[in-house]
Design a binder for this molecule. Structure first.
Ligand code: NAI
Length: 344
């Protein structure tokens, strides 16, 4: 590792998540300097520059890519821009971190894979931050140590808080999100591949919009479910949604031949229990920024560390391609009502 070297990062996207990444990159990631920020909204750029003391600000991504002082680009723009912005950044010689999903269509995901392979000396990492969450990482270690025997079935709930609906509608209306499965369930689809150790083969997905019917107008679902057949007769059951009354419900169960593991079965905010006129209350985490605060930092630490050590991180472009293939098959099944094969 080059001692004392600082990695200069340019961040694109300063929205719900990008602004959090900006705070982390500016203050909390060792050997990292947030050198530039970019958004199409000038006020966001000015605010981030002033608050975080960032030297360069851009409203045009290509202008940021011309900044020779940068080593790496961190992408937190809307999902429909990821592939093009990854390719441009790699071509310009930068290491690249991109938020999930890799792509919204298979053609663009495969194009990015080609671009990543063409630049083997540049680090590429995808933001599947749950793999860097303390509990999810611990569960992986337990599985690898044989704690539950052979994992054969995974059951996942990923449901956004109903109170986040106005923010989500703004996000979904300003840019195509890919829909419930590619946008929301994608984290669970990636975890399923990671824990089960095999790839998905076939999918049946269903969904509906009952409280927020405006989601149906976007051809999307407020609540959806997918049943996935993996290789070796392994199984996945996924529930994704946007209408969780009690908060942010992220729960995972992995059933193995010798036992099972559960993560976040009661999605608690913390260890505090409130006993009052409502009864005995354990409050719930209220969103992704709260639940995965540590994981967003850990993944950025890993990205910077991988650059300094001249190696690739464990979350690869292949994980992006395969999860996109599965998410896209879920979307196709939901839209067509048919059982769909997962195709690359
Ligand atoms: P957002 O809509 O709140 O923010 C998007 C930002 O990108 C805004 O600053 C906007 O001005 C900027 N932008 C839009 N078009 C641009 C362009 N052409 N060039 C430069 N900047 C542009 O979106 P949000 O919620 O922050 O999501 C961003 C990405 O992060 C999405 O891909 C989403 O899927 C992902 N995400 C990941 C999460 C995770 O848990 N890993 C959680 C939330 C979002």
């Amino acid at each position: 590792m080059k001692q004392g070297k600082q990695i200069s990062v340019g961040l694109v996207g300063l929205g719900r998540l990008g602004r959090q990444h900006a705070d982390n990159l500016a203050h909390r990631i060792p050997n990292c300097k947030l050198m530039a920020v970019c958004s199409v909204i000038p006020e966001e750029v000015e605010e981030a520059q002033q608050e975080l003391n960032v030297p360069y600000g851009y409203t045009n991504y290509e202008d940021m890519l011309r900044n020779q002082e940068l080593d790496a680009i961190f992408i937190a723009s809307p999902s429909s821009y990821h592939c093009e912005q990854i390719e441009q950044a790699l071509e310009a010689g930068f290491h690249v971190f991109s938020e999930k999903p890799l792509g919204l269509y298979m053609e663009e995901a495969l194009r990015v894979r080609k671009a990543v392979r063409k630049h083997p000396n540049q680090v590429f990492m995808l933001g599947f931050m749950r793999r860097y969450d303390r509990s999810y990482a611990y569960a992986k270690k337990q599985i690898e140590a044989g704690a539950i025997g052979e994992p054969v079935l995974i059951r996942c709930y990923g449901i956004d808080p109903a109170q986040a609906m106005p923010g989500f509608m703004q996000f979904a209306k300003s840019n195509y999100s890919g829909g419930l499965f590619l946008d929301m369930a994608i984290h669970d689809l990636d975890l399923a591949r990671w824990y089960l150790g095999v790839e998905a083969e076939r999918v049946w997905a269903i969904g509906g919009s009952h409280r927020y019917t405006e989601l149906a107008e976007l051809n999307d679902a407020e609540t959806g479910a997918a049943l996935v057949q993996f290789a070796d007769n392994k199984m996945g059951i996924f529930v994704a949604g946007r209408n969780c009354a009690h908060g942010y419900h992220i729960e995972t169960e992995i059933i193995g031949t010798q036992g099972s593991l559960r993560i976040g079965t009661v999605p608690e905010k913390n260890q505090v229990m409130i006993l009052d006129d409502r009864g005995v209350v354990r409050e719930c985490a209220n969103g992704f920024l709260e639940r995965f605060e540590q994981a967003y930092m850990n993944e950025a630490v890993e990205f910077v560390q991988a650059i300094l050590e001249g190696r690739q991180p464990k979350v690869t472009v292949e994980d992006g391609v395969l999860s996109t293939a599965l998410g896209y098959a879920c979307k196709e099944s939901f839209e067509s009502g048919q059982l769909v094969d997962v195709r690359m």
